[in-house]
Design a binder for this molecule. Structure first.
Ligand code: NAP
Ligand code: GDP
Length: 319
């Protein structure tokens, strides 16, 4: 190693769950010719062009991992559809355009499996993204995310830019958002069971418990995003998912959280609450062609570790 910094990687959304996991993996594999910068919204509001420009001017990145987004679970998405669309379109537009103006060599952005059509066949694969409208429950968020794929192709066609994206399933792990109203199902259930155990009260799972989801640990996704940045050459995105057989119901998920806490109280299902999309089963065939030996964290182990992290960091965790 020459000691000269060859690669300056700017990670937007560096203070979130995925961003923290990337920091952990980068620290484990210290590379002296790389500089990694992890941004939070305090460094720049990326929905504002001038603030985005200032941060690119300051750091002059050669590579960008674009994670920053207005993010939330089903119930936040149902409430703030327009904000999800508007703010995410603004952030994505600003980050990709500044990447072009500052000659960034590669951008990896983050989509989500909720962007796929609602009325479709399963399993979902990378060719199906634009085949029909997404589920109404996260329409604004999904459409903004879909436009990243459109932008990646347009920037490539007109300017030759090397922008791509990953499509993760539901995610979880330390530094997640454990807020009950705004967060996703797994951090929500962890927070609920923690409180129920402490207070000796029942736990309420929202919806019927029947919908199906695939879950990927933040650290697994972090490794795969870094691999995408270094090795993946396509503009078209890649699904980053556990196997189809690893899909579980929300009820099974709730039971795993209960088991991880050794919670002995009652579990209630509030069926007056929306179930959201029934399933979004994704194929990982493309990933397996590239990385046949990649091993995902088993869900029970990942949940136990996240529960332990939440208990230990209860005072400071986002909730
Ligand atoms: P997260 O924990 O909520 O983090 C979101 C990040 O975006 C934070 O660093 C936040 O900064 C930043 N951010 C939000 N608004 C911003 C703004 N206006 N300007 C600048 N930064 C802003 O989310 P995550 O779970 O790590 O998600 C990372 C990526 O994965 C996102 O693109 C998300 O859409 C995608 N994804 C997530 C899931 C999931 O289940 N979590 C599933 C599929 C895809 P501050 O915290 O400093 O405000
Ligand atoms: P989605 O995968 O995009 O729909 O988002 P979520 O991660 O919010 O998962 C939503 C699914 O989990 C729906 O079927 C909900 O009915 C169910 N669910 C059960 N309890 C909760 C909870 O406490 N919080 C959330 N966000 N969802 C819950």
């Amino acid at each position: 190693m020459s000691g000269k910094t060859e690669m300056v990687v700017l990670v937007t959304g560096g203070s979130g769950g995925v961003g923290h996991a990337i920091q952990t993996i980068v620290e484990q594999n210290k590379c002296t010719d790389e500089k990694w910068i992890f941004l939070s919204s305090k460094d720049a509001d990326l929905s504002i062009e001038a603030e985005t420009r200032a941060v690119f001017e300051k750091y002059r990145p050669t590579h960008v991992i674009h994670l920053a987004a207005m993010v939330g679970g089903l119930y936040r998405n149902l409430k703030y559809s327009c904000d999800f669309l508007r703010l995410n379109l603004l952030m994505n537009g600003n980050v990709l355009e500044m990447s072009r103006l500052y000659n960034v060599k590669k951008v990896v952005s983050c989509l989500s499996t909720c962007i796929f059509p609602d009325k479709t066949t399963f399993p979902l694969d990378e060719t199906m993204i634009h085949d029909g409208p997404p589920h109404y429950s996260n329409y604004g968020y999904s459409m903004a995310k879909r436009m990243i794929d459109v932008m990646n192709h347009c920037y490539h066609r007109q300017y030759g830019c090397n922008y791509t994206a990953v499509i993760p399933t539901n995610l979880y792990g330390p530094y997640d958002n454990f807020n009950l109203e705004d967060g996703h199902v797994l951090p929500g259930l962890i927070n609920k069971v923690y409180t129920a155990k402490k207070n000796g009260t029942p736990v309420t799972v929202w919806g019927t418990g029947r919908p199906l989801r695939q879950f990927v640990h933040f650290l697994d996704l972090a490794k795969l995003i870094i691999w995408t940045l270094r090795e993946y050459k396509e503009i078209s995105p890649i699904l980053l998912s556990v196997d189809e057989e690893d899909e579980i119901t929300i009820k099974e998920l709730a039971e795993m959280v209960v088991e991880a806490f050794d919670f002995k109280g009652e579990v209630i299902y509030d069926t007056s609450k929306s179930d959201g999309q029934f399933k979004k089963t994704a194929s990982n065939d493309k990933l397996k062609k590239y990385l046949p030996d990649f091993e995902f964290t088993p869900i029970r182990q990942g949940i136990k570790e996240t529960v332990d992290w939440f208990i230990k960091n209860y005072e400071t965790a986002r909730k």
